[in-house]
Ligand binder design. Sequence first.
Ligand code: ZN
Ligand code: ZN
Length: 361
Amino acid sequence: MPSKELLDPCVDCRDVEAILTLRRRRLCKDCYIKFVSHKVFKRMEKYRLNRGLAKDTPCKLLFPFSYGLSSSVLLHMLHRQLETQHAKTHGTPGFDLHALIIEPSTISPSNPQHNEGFELAQKSFPLCSFTQVPFHSIFDLVPDIKETMSQFAGQGFVDNPSLSDAERLNAFRSCIPTSTSKADVDQILMNRLVVAFAKKIDCQTVIWGDSDSRLAAKTLASVAKGRGSSVIWQVSDGMSPFGLEFNFPLRDLFTAELRDYASFFPELISLIVPDEPRSENTLTKNLSIDELMMRYVLTQGEKYPGVMLNVTRTANKLDVSQMPSNVSHCTFCGAPLMNELGSRQSQFCYACARSRPSTSS
Ligand SMILES: [Zn+2]
Ligand SMILES: [Zn+2]
């Protein structure tokens, strides 16, 4: 149909009416999906084409999946890439995707168990494999974490081996004083669990589902929490201090764009557990810095998307290979320890030390 007969033709295909605006361009549904998926497709090139990787076996990727908007959309996009990869009889072996779910109700009792989500994910994405573990499986996956936790908590916490693993983990978490420190410590523990699981099943890379908005919030929060030195591997693609590569293929997409993408696929809508509604009445002082920054990025990011993009692009220019390699690492979070002149080397980095029960205020 010639475009002049359309009221609001899609600027890409010019064949059909546009239904939404993407970065000031009016697009139809198909062209929207194509544009957004292509951003991720390009970011996955290295693994799709096995660049610098073994050519005879697929590259094994670990994908932490939380039932949140971002990781659900990324799973959907990566599964479509796997379908294309499997349809080809020749070509590179590409990648294998293994999704790891930390069972949400074991992270917070206010989270639903979402067992139907686990079944739905397996049914909707048959080319991926899925594992679900409770948060306290960190004790099995990271055997020395119990000792590290005791050292970290100091006198404020006495580990009781007669309790179940779930109770022991909760006892440790509840001795962390502020909401910012709690969020920080949980993030570190989950990160260590994911890394340990990836190594256990021989994955070389972890694919994280953070959107551009999330990465911008993480960058700002990391600096505020004194974790500036770990911004590098928390938001940029490349080698992490854990001997695994970290990759963030959603880095060019905003939360609002992921929301529009998800709205086109009913299976995604039933899979996603929406974030708890952000009540405007929640006292700011009760929010962690991470939550505050996410709220800031989501409200300001809609007004000034370029600013947020700039934050993450700048952070992604930090070069992991420029990090000193012969330094010791924080026992808790794994960040390189910077020697401070005149001070005795601590086993914890500055930011972790601030989250400890005895030292934080
Ligand atoms: Zn179109
Ligand atoms: Zn640390």
